[in-house]
Write a new protein. Structure first.
Lengths: 318, 311
């Protein structure tokens, strides 16, 4: 597919820890098209952040990455290549805007640093003022001299956003960008990201555990569990025609939008232990429809439509 | 069961008095759940903690079960603590890592002098009640997942046989699929033990689900209270309207159809709150007089109270 700007095939990541090998990702494949918003939903430890860190080459010395293929705009993402692209063509917003900014440098300095690092052509100062204004930090000439602690949480996330779009990236990876924020501030940041996308045409990968945010922002959705993709499809396919028992369970465990006080249907059991993952499907221990085969073998994805796939033995059987 | 009138709590900070909660009045009937919602810094946690006297109230009255507990000593408070317990937000920080689950649950029984020979049976019973098993009593907190730890926190709160529990963001640190487990446990316990809850949270859709009535706080004041469904379907106060419009809806079609009413600017500092109605600096319908008048909660019919004279 030519309009795909990012393609990842069969990605595996293992971390070496004192307790043993942790298999954070186990054969994950996905792509992002130009201008599209790909939502990645999943719980803590599902591997959603790790997958993105590996695309950015940020898994560290204990993370062992292996993929059959990882390309960005048709070019292979080698460690050397990533260093050039990172921050310029692919950039990232992290969850916690306080720990992602350096507390002893003014925000203007930190933005200038990013632009210098990527050899911005033209006036760096003007660009800083321009992007700060764009994200609503005004008056920018004055506020660029302030330090991170002089801003509120929402403003800091605006500054992080400004930094990530400073070099006009083709792909923005937003890892839980609004999780630490209040709902009214969250609405402001999501609106800002939407405006930035429509003016620049950049693609976005939005990682979040909040199904509401995914429903509102994403074009396509990947649902992850225990280091594997359970289901993927367009946002409507996932929310209206979910097939995987995990996706179904996840959607049932949040209160309905109409406010009915029906009893919630939780997914029983506890999150998987990645040190000792089940041999078969990672969801098998919590799955209400688990069969014998699920314990021993991982299912291949079954295709429901051109965009909708899910990995479950129920699908294989049908 | 609980009647709070004009509760006020200030904190001294280097930059001045911080008005954490100011003139908060609320009452909770036996067996019901009052949801207390609002954004970070609005004073909802302070309100909860002042009610249970973890903070000393500066003004106002707290009547629990017909007794004025506003200014009694911590020693006199002990029998009321037995009846009023608390569940905390962070299941990692609120359990002593060097005590076993069993000892954590047993501690309130020792403090409140429950008959000693019943302790072990009761620990086992409570573990079962929250969906754990008695073999797990000897394990330490780090051996449990977040959801399981929150279950231990609930068992501990139940150990003293309370009548009321203040739940301070009990599910915000948990994964979505685990949140529903904990909410169901809280609902089951309420039914079987006749418990009363003050449920402090910022997850508005979960609060609607669990609460009988809901109170909305902004900068230390309660701006609106109503029956849960009434509040969510007919919000009156401009802050509530905006807050509810910002809640993400887990449904792509409904999400696309709705209109978000954004709030202007940033939340003002609680050290120097705006004069008059505290919300007037961000209110889409603000009028000139809003900067001088002090709105009180007014009855707008069908048990719906709102602190805005213009709705």
């Amino acid at each position: 597919m030519n309009d795909e700007i990012l393609r990842v095939e069969n990605l595996h990541i293992t971390f070496t820890t004192s307790a043993g090998e942790v298999k954070a990702l186990n054969g994950v494949s996905f792509g992002v098209k130009r201008g599209e918003v790909l939502g990645i939903a999943g719980e803590s430890g599902s591997g959603k952040s790790t997958a993105m860190l590996s695309v950015m080459g940020l898994t560290g010395e204990y993370g062992h990455v292996h993929a059959d293929k990882m390309t960005f705009m048709g070019e292979e993402l080698t460690p050397e290549r990533v260093k050039v692209l990172r921050g310029k063509n692919i950039s990232m917003i992290f969850q916690d805007p306080m720990t992602s900014l350096n507390p002893v440098l003014s925000v203007g300095y930190q933005l200038e640093e990013a632009l210098k690092r990527h050899h911005w052509e033209g006036s760096i100062r003007e660009r800083v003022i321009d992007i700060l204004t764009k994200v609503g930090i005004v008056p920018a000439e004055q506020r660029m001299r302030d330090y991170p602690h002089e801003f509120s949480g929402g403003q800091r996330q605006r500054i992080m956003t400004a930094m990530s779009i400073a070099c006009n990236p083709e792909l923005l990876i937003a890892d839980e960008p609004t999780t630490a924020l209040d709902v009214t501030v969250q609405a402001q940041i999501l609106k800002l990201l939407r405006e930035l996308r429509s003016s620049s045409g950049m693609s976005m990968i939005l990682i979040t555990h909040d199904l509401g945010v995914i429903a509102g922002e994403a074009d396509r959705v990947i649902v992850m569990y225990g280091g594997k993709i359970m289901e993927e499809g367009t946002v409507r396919e996932i929310f209206n025609e979910a097939h995987h028992p995990y996706t179904v369970g996840l959607l049932r465990s949040v209160p309905k939008a109409d406010g009915s006080h029906e009893r919630l249907i939780p997914i029983e059991g506890q999150p998987p232990d990645l040190l000792n993952p089940p041999k078969g499907c990672p969801f098998v221990k919590r799955c209400p429809k688990a069969m014998k085969i699920c314990l021993s073998q991982q299912p291949e994805p079954s295709t429901l439509s051109e965009t909708h796939k899910y990995s479950c033995w129920l699908g294989v059987k049908n | 069961m609980l009647e709070v009138t004009d509760l006020t709590k200030y904190f001294e900070t280097p930059s001045g008095k911080l008005h954490a909660c100011e003139g908060v009045s609320l009452n909770i009937n036996k067996g019901e759940t009052l949801g207390l919602v609002g954004e970070s810094g609005c004073g909802k946690t302070t309100t909860g903690r002042t009610i249970i006297r973890l903070y000393e109230p500066d003004e106002g009255r707290i009547i629990f079960d017909g007794h004025d507990i506003t200014h009694i000593t911590q020693h006199e408070m002990l029998p009321f603590r037995k009846k009023m317990q608390m569940i905390f937000q962070d299941p990692y920080a609120s359990l002593n890592p060097r005590m076993t689950a069993g000892d954590i649950i047993r501690e309130p029984m020792i403090i409140h002098r429950l008959p000693k020979d019943e302790h072990t049976d009761r620990v086992n019973h409570l573990l079962k009640l929250v969906g754990l098993n008695s073999e797990q009593a000897g394990r330490y907190p780090h051996e449990f997942s977040g959801g399981q730890r929150q279950r231990i926190g609930i068992a501990r709160a139940l150990a003293a046989e309370p009548e009321m529990i203040i739940c301070d963001e009990p599910i915000s640190a948990l994964d979505v699929s685990i949140q529903a487990q904990i909410v169901n446990i809280l609902e089951d316990l309420q039914k079987s033990l006749g418990l009363t809850y003050l449920f402090v949270a910022h997850d508005l859709s979960m609060v609607r689900h669990i609460s009988t009535r809901v109170a909305v706080m902004y900068l230390g004041n309660i701006v609106e209270t109503a029956e849960s469904d009434e509040l969510y379907t007919h919000p009156l106060h401009p802050y509530t309207v905006s807050l509810l419009s910002s809640v993400p809806i887990p449904d792509p079609d409904k999400s696309a159809a709705r209109q978000i009413i954004p709030l202007k600017g940033e939340i003002p500092s609680a050290v120097n709150p705006p004069k008059g109605c505290k919300f007037h600096t961000r209110c889409p319908n603000a009028k000139p007089e809003c900067s001088s008048l002090k709105p009180e909660l007014e009855d707008k019919g069908s048990n719906h109270f709102c602190a805005c004279p213009f709705v």
